[in-house]
Design a protein around this ligand. Sequence first.
Ligand SMILES: [Zn+2]
Length: 181
Amino acid sequence: MSTTTYETSPAIPSQELLDRNLKYAENHKGKVGEENWGHFPKTAIITCMDCRLHPQKQLGLADSDTTIIRNGGGSVHELIRSILITQNFGTRHFVLIKHTDCGYFNTTKTEIIKGFKAHAKDPNAIDAVADKIGDDSPKLSIDKFVLRDVEYLRESPLIYPDTKVTGWAFDDRTGKIRQVA
Ligand SMILES: [Zn+2]
């Protein structure tokens, strides 16, 4: 069982967040890009919550070009509500991006539960939701992870017939994104 401990950034104090927001707000214009937002982006990126992923920056996109849907691993199985809502608003292309060395796919359900029990107020609280924690760590290559989720979406009856699904892999060593499907 992996016992890898990742170094985490120190928690950012709330006051610092407020200060940074004030600085941002100095130049904020209400309804930025209203002319764009009148037309909901046709493209939505689905990707991992990992801080190494900056899809708009890494693909040279403006804020208004895409919707971004994120969770651990960019796991489409957990995103059905978001996928339905964006399609209702106008999304017709899902760009699914996974990345190298993704912790989501390298952590087993047993490890998640063990980690929780080591730190929780009530170690047994997780038992009530244990069946909702998928065991999504089949040790596949990144390309196979991408293909698996792309196929899941393409075959899903919840994807509109005119919605396109493509799959991509981000390599953190090079910064490059390549199309897999
Ligand atoms: Zn990840």
